[in-house]
Design a protein around this ligand. Structure first.
Ligand code: IPD
Ligand code: CA
Length: 262
């Protein structure tokens, strides 16, 4: 496990450094007249290519699932789950909250996770059963927070059918909680929960590469991460909070049927 974690940390650092160095400045974009979206798409692809190359150099035969390149088949019990840039829109706009996310799954269970937030200089990591860490600091999520005082992070998908319903759901949640945050990176939202910077997180439509690494950081900090009505976390729904708040928020969300399309 420690070997997995060290390797994932090294690779996430290298990808983060590359992205920081190659991040286009506004003046460069104007000079080259390239579309900022094109530059970001190219860097997404370059980051994932770097990660795949490093993983396979160290562990030939392992499987890799990445947001850009999809699933690479293999015989190994070990699968790496990679989001080369989570928070792409923040990255595009020069906002600080974007991350490189790398999880290691063995026989279908995530055993190690690393989320590197280069602009903030923060590296979150977790190993199954061994805790969650921000650098050298052990993370514990907030506990004992009632729903009415909870700071709740959420996010919105890219499709109109999803975000129409997400708008209705957040309108119903907002009057029941302290406030809502939309940070723009699922991975960072879950790490923020682990660090006590928000109390809860929910979102419909996130993928394994968004939540695999940060989900372990959150659960190892003491939070519960699951779907609605007793189902496991999945692209259908993710809800995360300390026990107690989890159930309170669940009972507000479930009757709203947040998994439907408009
Ligand atoms: C997105 C971010 C965002 C979430 C979206 C994701 P991307 O990932 O995690 O916070 O609301 O659902 O798709 O596109 O930046 O990798
Ligand atoms: Ca993502």
């Amino acid at each position: 496990m420690t070997d997995f974690l060290r390797l994932a940390e090294d690779i996430a650092r290298e990808a983060g450094d590359m992205l920081l160095a190659k991040r286009p400045t506004m003046s460069e974009e104007v000079e080259t007249k390239s579309s900022p979206t094109d530059v970001v798409t190219a860097l997404d692809t370059a980051s994932e290519a770097l990660i795949r190359e490093r993983v396979l150099a160290a562990r030939p035969g392992d499987r890799i699932l990445g947001e850009e390149g999809g699933e690479q088949p293999g015989e190994s019990d070990v699968r790496w789950i990679v989001d080369p840039i989570d928070g792409t829109v923040n990255f595009l706009y020069g906002l600080p909250d974007w991350a490189v996310s790398i999880a290691v799954e063995v026989n279908g269970r995530v055993v190690a996770g690393v989320v590197n937030v280069p602009v903030r200089g923060e590296l979150y990591s977790a190993a199954l059963g061994e805790g969650a860490w921000l650098g050298g600091e052990r993370l514990r999520c907030n506990t004992g927070v009632p729903l009415a005082q909870a700071l709740v992070a959420t996010g919105f998908g890219y499709s109109v059918a999803k975000r129409t319903v997400q708008g209705q759901v957040v309108a119903a949640v907002l009057p029941r909680v302290r406030d809502i945050r939309r940070g723009g990176s699922c991975a960072i939202d879950l790490c923020s929960l682990a660090a006590g910077r928000v109390d809860a997180y929910y979102e419909r439509g996130i993928n394994a590469w968004d939540f695999a690494a940060a989900g372990l950081v959150a659960t190892e900090s003491g939070a519960r991460l699951a779907g609605l009505n007793g189902r496991p976390v999945s692209p259908d729904f993710a809800l995360c909070a300390a026990p107690g708040l989890f159930e309170e928020l669940h009972d507000v969300l479930a009757p709203l049927d947040p998994e439907r399309d408009a």
